[in-house]
Design a binder for this molecule. Structure first.
Ligand code: ZN
Length: 167
C-alpha cells in the first residue's frame, strides 16, 4: 500500500498541475496513472476543454478524456483516482480481444471495481459510496437473466455494502 507521505506528495503535485494549462493537466493525469498502476498499459489520455460534469473524466472507445473540472478543491484524492481507474477500465473493456459489448455489464463491473478494489486510496464520503452502490445495483438489475446468474456474487457484495453504509 502507499505511504501517507507518497499520497500527500502525489496529491500536491496533481493539485498544482490541475490549476495549470491543458498540457500540464495531461502530464499530471498520465503521471497519476503510472504512479498508481492504473493505466493497464493502454489508456491514452486526452485533455478536452469541452468536457464538463461532476468529475469531468470520461472515456471514448480508445482513450480517457478529462476536462477543466476534473479536480475540485474538495474532491477526495481516492475518489479522483478511482474515477480515473473506472474510465481506464472502460477503455480496457472496449479494446481487449473480446470486448464486453453490454453497457450494463461494463458498468456493473466498473462500479464494483471503483468500490471494491483495495490497491487505491479509499473513498471516505458515504454519500458518494451509496451513490456508486446504487449505480452498481441498477446496472445489475438491467442484466439479462443468465448474466444476473453469472454475477450474483457481485450483487451480493453490493447489497452487503449497502447494508454496511446504512441509509
Ligand atoms: Zn462507467
Amino acid at each position: 500500500m502507499f505511504t501517507p507521505e507518497f499520497l500527500r506528495a502525489e496529491e500536491a503535485l496533481f493539485r498544482a498541475a490541475a490549476a495549470g494549462s491543458g498540457e500540464q493537466r495531461l502530464a499530471a493525469m498520465q503521471r497519476l496513472c503510472t504512479q498508481f498502476g492504473i493505466d493497464r498499459g493502454l489508456a491514452i489520455f486526452t485533455y478536452d476543454p469541452a468536457i464538463t460534469g461532476a468529475y469531468a473524466v470520461a472515456f471514448s472507445d480508445t482513450d480517457v478524456r478529462f476536462g477543466p473540472l476534473c479536480f475540485k478543491p474538495y474532491t477526495e484524492f481516492g475518489l479522483l483516482l478511482r474515477v480515473i481507474a473506472h474510465e481506464v477500465l472502460h477503455v480496457h473493456q472496449k479494446t481487449k480481444l473480446f470486448p464486453i459489448t453490454s453497457h450494463n455489464e461494463r458498468e456493473l463491473l466498473a462500479y464494483c471495481d471503483t468500490l471494491f478494489r483495495t490497491d487505491l486510496p479509499p473513498i471516505n464520503d458515504k454519500a458518494t459510496l451509496r451513490f456508486f452502490v446504487s449505480k452498481g445495483l441498477k446496472y445489475y438489475e438491467a442484466l439479462s437473466a443468465w448474466k444476473k446468474f453469472r454475477y450474483r456474487n457481485l450483487a451480493t457484495k453490493l447489497q452487503e455494502e449497502q447494508v454496511r453504509l446504512g441509509k
